[in-house]
Write a protein that binds this ligand. Structure first.
Ligand code: URP
Ligand code: ZN
Ligand code: ZN
Length: 481
């Protein structure tokens, strides 16, 4: 078993910063304390002047996803290789069954594809239709396969959209199981109608995309799903919250004691909607994702939401399509595959724009890049911290190391980078995945298939017993007269 001593750094967890060494034996952390002695034959990594942080967890990626008539260009090997170059050591991807497809079949397909991963990985499974077999498979996934989160798309009508009936059935079942429902909140019916109205005006380029998905479309769905969750007493997690309006929904629900979580994407924090007016069609189309990029006012609101703890996690929604794939929608923005990349860049973008600007402390950075995610999806303290017994997913983070982000130098399998030209200060010097050095001296040292599946047990029943209107889920008989 190999030993590694990470010496002389400042160990940062969500709870504290301390000058300490970290001793790793095999895949686990065995000691965190000042002045540890290196055992004989131990590899020593000097971290002087650097932070030593838990590897990032990206709870929202789509490697090799079949979507909108094509498949994302990034597979689990290339995508997770890029992830470790940026300091992310765990991803949670999505198994998405087609309508009528058994959830178990989709889950097994994704497990097979994910075996080539370099980082550890886990899977949310989407609920895209409903019958008794879906109910049964949700139980099997929770009980036997360590899936404790189910995804619902309120958009993408005609494909994976979940209507209210599906949401209600699924939320009740998830509550029974102690699982967490996650939701893409956009009103799919409105999107289709608005997109048609935009197209009818002759607007067929990428600039039509945000017009068909304004903040109100997201806010309506966010409010509806949060209210559904409230009535049923089910916890809910909103993915890629992109605007003030949806944030307000989360803020209100949390203020009322509801167990509602919010995720924000790094790109929504730093890129605004001017990208859709780029005269270069390919560049504008490269930014077609849902929900779309918003105005600077919304960006400022998202930062405040992150600082205030209304948004607990950060993700990338890494969903890569190269220019030829985006060109499927050259004649009509509705056919541009939706998605952007960034699994490699999330940590540095958040450090540069979050920590260096004073918006986040290093501990808060750790909270929103790994610890909170590990807690919400029940893989803490295996993941999301550096403590005795934790997996040795560790990044030696050099706060002075700069990088100019570019598609020419990134490791992602996509021909464009949405952060092209952005200079960030604060980058990984060394990345360890379960005790193995996978990134050092700006070189990948990855082993195809090194990543392991991370099972996530369901939460305790107290997760569901949450809000003042819980009784609505169990109406008591009211006698007349
Ligand atoms: O545009 C996006 N976000 N594509 C990936 C699928 C999804 O909605 O998360
Ligand atoms: Zn989505
Ligand atoms: Zn997504």
């Amino acid at each position: 078993m190999s030993n590694i001593l990470i010496r002389g750094g400042t160990v940062v967890t969500a709870e504290q910063e301390q000058r300490a060494d970290v001793l790793v034996v095999g895949e686990k952390v065995v000691a965190v304390a000042p002045d540890l002695q290196a055992p004989a034959g131990c590899q020593v990594i000097e971290a002087d002047g650097a932070y030593v942080i838990p590897g990032g967890i990206d709870p929202h990626t789509h490697m090799e996803l079949p979507f909108m008539g094509t498949t994302t260009s990034e597979d689990f090997f290339t995508g997770t290789s890029a992830a470790v170059a940026g300091g992310t050591t765990t991803i949670i991807d999505f198994a998405i069954p087609g309508k009528g497809q058994r959830m178990m079949d989709a889950y097994h397909a994704w497990r097979g594809w994910a075996e080539k991963s370099v980082t550890d990985y886990s899977l949310h499974v989407a609920v895209t239709w409903w019958d008794e077999t879906v109910r049964e498979d949700m139980g099997t996934l929770c009980r036997d396969y360590g899936v404790n989160s189910f995804k619902h798309f309120m958009a993408y009508k005609g494909a994976m959209m979940a209507d209210d009936e599906i949401l209600v059935n699924s939320f009740l079942r998830a509550k029974e199981l102690g699982a967490l429902c996650t939701v893409h909140a956009e009103n799919g019916e409105l999107v289709v109608r608005l997109a048609q109205l935009v197209a009818d005006q002759g607007i067929l380029g990428p600039e039509g995309h945000p017009l068909s998905r304004p903040p109100e479309v997201e806010a309506e769905a966010a409010n509806r799903v949060v209210r559904i969750a409230e009535v049923l007493g089910a916890p809910v997690y909103l993915v890629h919250t992109s605007c003030q309006d949806a944030l307000d929904v989360i803020a209100r629900a949390r203020a009322e004691g509801q167990r509602v979580f919010g995720e924000v994407l790094a790109q929504h924090l730093v890129i605004d909607d001017s990208v859709y007016r780029d005269p270069d069609w390919d560049k504008a189309a490269a930014h077609v994702m849902s929900p779309p990029f918003r105005s600077k006012e919304h960006q400022a609101a998202l930062w405040r939401g992150l600082q205030a703890g209304l948004l607990q996690t950060t993700a990338t929604d890494h969903c890569c399509f190269c220019a030829p794939q985006k060109r499927m929608g050259f004649e009509d923005f509705r056919k541009i595959p939706n998605g952007t990349g960034g699994v490699e860049d999330r940590m540095t973008v958040l450090w540069h724009h979050g920590v260096r600007t004073g918006r986040l402390t290093p501990s808060e950075f750790v909270a929103v890049t790994s610890a909170n995610t590990a807690k919400i999806f029940n893989m803490y303290p295996k993941k999301g911290t550096i403590g005795v017994g934790s997996d040795a997913d560790i990044v030696v983070w050099d706060p002075n190391k700069s990088r100019t982000i570019s598609a020419k130098t990134h490791h992602q399998n996509i021909d464009i980078n949405i952060y092209e030209g952005m200079e960030t200060v604060g980058n990984p010097a060394v990345t360890l995945s379960r005790g193995k050095v996978v990134w050092q001296n700006d070189q990948l040292a990855v082993e195809r298939g090194w990543g392991q599946y991370v099972p996530r047990p369901c939460h305790a029943p107290y997760w569901a017993s949450q809000n003042k209107r819980n009784e609505l889920a169990k109406p008591t008989a009211v006698k007349r007269g």
